[in-house]
Design a binder for this molecule. Structure first.
Ligand SMILES: Nc1ncnc2c1ncn2[C@@H]1O[C@H](COP(=O)(O)OP(=O)(O)OP(=O)(O)O)[C@@H](O)[C@H]1O
Ligand SMILES: Nc1ncnc2c1ncn2[C@@H]1O[C@H](COP(=O)(O)OP(=O)(O)OP(=O)(O)O)[C@@H](O)[C@H]1O
Ligand SMILES: [Mg+2]
Ligand SMILES: [Mg+2]
Lengths: 265, 265
């Protein structure tokens, strides 16, 4: 099972749109996928037309109580399951504050879960708090969606340091599988320049053997496409809502690229 | 002096772009403006080519030490001053945790400041923590930039409740002066629908006499314009970087609309 966190502490860069649509594309292609919504805003859950916590338990109950992943999981479509979120999760940061091993709860619950998936994908909140640390301690791969604007690289360094620290102290198997260029405004100079700065950044990292020296920007760029912003208001992935759009095309291609990645060890 | 917080806990919706460009437009029109960067990411400071904290004190020193606003203030242009931020400010949340009246520090420092401005504009971080509470306790008006996408109204309710609570407990003069539609994708159905939902929301609020019953979406919409994303990489406002662009046009018009607002009491 490939266990993946979709992470960037910067808000509104395409994490949820990526987590949801890559999950949907993988499932449509026959991969068994469990999507975990680890954001109290619950946007991934809402994107797929779910509102957990009202009648079904949510990931909040999994992290703060005895609920198993299985009890909090809902079937979304063939091959696609969701462990949904709820605004109560916002309290988890405070509730878990004193608990020993509070960053390892999700990892333990995954270990106790007997279901087998090909992919577990965790959509993270725009923060580096205890919820996101749970994701980083539990998965083996991180994908970083990034909008190619000024200051994108600024936030990236801080994020990479946090990931390296978790890798060192909590999870030696953690690696960055790639940076995903999202909301890409084609044919603008800004997108081209930030992208080339990013490529240079990772070329440098590779020569210096830093903890992220195997990370790289994926070839597929997700272009700006209003259909991607419309799909959630119908509770659908882009493939249900607008299968012929550029948004669907790009996420299909991105998913193929992710599937083709060979594990690095 | 009109004291304004630019606030939305959702990330990447146009807070900094709005705070910086409205400040610049007001200053160019002869208003004396002090911009306060209350985000540890310091994007407003970087947008104007500043990197405080290295040699000059920053708003971190103002909030956690004896530094006055005057000592942390830099002149940016005619009529435009900046109290800049620094990543150290991220520690303020923790450092101020036990302090009595920790949300009122900025208000006290403003009261001790003898400089007179026509406008003080505070750029907030995407969070409702102690830094943002300092802004809400210190100002009298809140502007809420908002991207007209699905779930924009979702986050708005929570934000309005927080503002109402601060208004009730800490700052009875606090009011919401308006919602600013940013990153507006003209001629998309999504922008039109979310905007009309927003207008309906505030029409309802007006009839129910809720604490935000005088809030409304401003008529000026800030359209998506790549120039607005490019300007910060040159350390310039949109008026210096691309004075004839749609971005400059829209922020000029928004500023005129803000100037024309009559105080509600
Ligand atoms: N390629 C795209 N083209 C157009 N709109 C997009 C694209 N990707 C995402 N969006 C829209 O932009 C907004 C932000 O995207 P998204 O919610 O995926 O970001 P996020 O990083 O998960 O945000 P948060 O930090 O709040 O969790 C959403 O309204 C989404 O529908
Ligand atoms: N109207 C617009 N058209 C195109 N790009 C824009 C527009 N407004 C803002 N941007 C760009 O979008 C990104 C996010 O905008 P901005 O930094 O102003 O949002 P923010 O709400 O302050 O984000 P944060 O929550 O991180 O503080 C920036 O790269 C900015 O340059
Ligand atoms: Mg998200
Ligand atoms: Mg900002």
């Amino acid at each position: 099972m490939r266990k993946i966190a979709v992470l960037n502490q910067k808000g509104g860069v395409g994490k949820t749109t990526t987590a949801v649509n890559v999950s949907a594309a993988l499932a449509a292609g026959g991969q068994r996928v469990c999507l975990v919504d680890l954001d109290p805003q619950a946007h991934a859950s809402l994107h797929l037309g779910q509102a957990p916590g009202l009648e079904t338990p949510s990931v909040y109950d999994v992290l703060t109580g005895d609920t198993t992943l299985d009890e909090a999981r809902a079937t979304i479509a063939d091959n696609l399951w969701l462990v949904g979120s709820h605004i109560d999760l916002a309290a988890a940061e405070v509730e878990l504050a004193g608990i020993v091993g509070r960053e390892l709860i999700l990892r333990d619950k995954i270990a106790e879960d007997s279901s087998d998936y090909d992919f577990m994908i965790v959509d993270c909140a725009p923060s580096l708090g205890v919820l996101t640390l749970n994701a980083l301690a539990a998965v083996e791969e991180v994908f970083i969606p990034l909008q190619p604007h000024f200051l994108a690289l600024h936030g990236l360094s801080k994020l990479l340091e946090t990931i390296a620290l978790v890798g060192k102290r909590l999870n030696p198997r953690l690696r960055i599988s790639g940076v995903i260029l999202c909301m890409y405004e084609s044919s603008t100079r800004l997108a081209a320049e930030v992208t080339s700065d990013l490529e240079e950044f990772f070329r440098q990292a590779a020569t210096h053997r830093s903890p992220w020296s195997q990370a790289y920007p994926l070839a597929t760029r997700i272009r700006r496409n209003i259909r991607l912003a419309e799909a959630p208001s119908f509770g659908q992935s882009i493939f249900q809502y607008a299968p012929d759009s550029h948004g669907a095309e790009d996420y299909r291609q991105l998913t193929a690229e992710i599937l083709a990645q060979r594990p690095l060890r």
